[in-house]
Design a binder for this molecule. Sequence first.
Ligand code: PRX
Length: 646
Amino acid sequence: MKTRYPVNPDFRNDALCDNDQYLKMYQQSIDNNEDFWREQGKRLDWFKPYSEVKDVSFSRDDLHIRWYADGELNVCHNCVDRHLPDKADQTAIIWEGDDPASAKHISYAQLHEEVCRFANTLKKLGVEKGDRVTLYMPMIPEAAYAMLACARIGAIHSVVFGGFSPDALGDRIINCKSKLVITADRGVRGNKAIPLKANVDKATEKPGVKDYLQSVLVIKTSDQVIDWQEHDHWYHELSSSVSADCPAEPMNAEDPLFILYTSGSTGQPKGVLHTSGGYLVYASMTHEYVFDIHADDVYWCTADVGWITGHSYVVYGPLANGATTLMFEGVPNYPDHSRFWQICDKHQVNVCYTAPTAIRALMKEGDAPVHSTSRSSLRVLGSVGEPINPEAWKWYYEVVGDERCPIVDTWWQTETGGIMITPLPGATDLKPGSATRPFFGIKPALLDNDGHELTGEGAGNLVITDSWPGQMRTVFGDHERFYQTYFSAFDDVYTTGDGARRDEDGYYWITGRTDDVLNVSGHRMGTAEVESALVAHEAVAEAAVVGYPHDIKGQGIYAYVTLVNGFSESNDLLAELTQWVRKEIGPIATPDKIQWAPGLPKTRSGKIMRRILRKIAANEHDHLGDTSTLAEPEVVTHLINNRLNS
Ligand code: PRX
């Protein structure tokens, strides 16, 4: 297989940045980091200009990250109002419904009106600056209006992916003490209804939720009859009597913009907190350069707004840049497997940014569904969320992009706010499977387990040695956890939790998580979360969850379960446990395999040896490594003999 794809000269001629420019600008961004970001801050409108740029310490006693800290701005103003003089009639959002017959174009002028109305409706419900608002929404324009409306009045949004269970939603409402939930009567994906409002009803029954939650605002999308509670309000009713004029609240650059919960290696998901100025500077700059955005481009990121990719690259980055962003409600295989490419033709999409799991699932269906479309508008293809295997890369490049479109394999995290390691399409020769080089201002390094920095080629723990404006500021309500999770393993650097290899050209190859975080279809999932869901079932005494290689999902969920005495192994119980986890966390956490384990391999001090469980799940039990510390070696033999085949 070809391993290097040089930049296409035709592409480079029209690109924002070629290789010489990249090298020069990158060097400047490192040598004069503050000057560089001082200049980039000007891409936004500031109500009060900043004089300070960067104020950062990664040390335990004084862990703080501040950018543009004396400046004032409003994120919504930057994403909407400031485009009105030039772009009032330009489409801001193209909405493509699940049903191929439904689509909408929302201009910047319309967006402004909708967002102002939404913001006044929030005010009418008593939402004030600094309040937390939880969104549990389908991919409809109102999800973007709601996010922007929160930003406009200074409320902090917490978007919870619509695939999470009522229980998971309830936990998140409690954790950030939300006084309002915004939802819809239902969502639709692949012609199947998702009972969002009914899930909110269940979540509100969870003990503790009503200590904070005062109201639920419901968007009406259908004629479906739904249960109604005293605290419920229809959006269309409340908003009909509010004004469409709502001034944007001046916010400090370091005022929180949103909380987004993400999984870690231990405990419950943590609320990643992003603030206003630095986040938007970084989302805007990465969006422009990584996707080589030109005026009049139609840009499409397929992510749901429930994930960071949806925040930074469906809503905030593109709208800050005055681009046209496409929002898709549905799924890649409905009505058929050519849906993505039909959407590209229908809306003349220039940039398409999606996840390897979607690419692999579509690749499995063959080339015909792709070839039935033209895709001639496409110029740049993007990938995010997990490593893209070279076979999928090649298919994306050759079949989808007709060998014309560079692929930007973008590595980043919820915590980083925006893209960190990525090719720039007019600058970087591509190598399938490599996220290539750091973005401007980003200083990656590889450390061995003792914290020694590796130079040149090698593999180790991927860390970032200096701050960047999009970096998360804290774990909401738990600054100590912020320190422990990201700054305690190695001194004075941000620890990503990923491993990486650097090759002879200085390109980075992400090798996956070094902790107990799984990546299932690009969705982050803590093994501890799935384990605690399993042990919450009365039949389960102990559970250990690991990832294993999965053709489509990247990683699958493999659970080893020990039953409480008196319960017996059966297919019915297996099905029940699978359903149980779906109910506790949501469908994305559904175990692919559950193996009965009369015992789990443990050290003599009682620690589960996950390394061994991972090897068994991956069918690599010929190389178990050191097993001398095992308390009961026969447990391993039993697990190997009863391993579940794919
Ligand atoms: O392991 C890395 C993987 O996804 C993790 C971050 O997940 P999340 O916070 O949900 O954000 C996903 C979207 C930004 C990372 O720690 N990951 C993300 N992008 C890539 C990747 N792994 C390899 N290559 C990528 N391009």
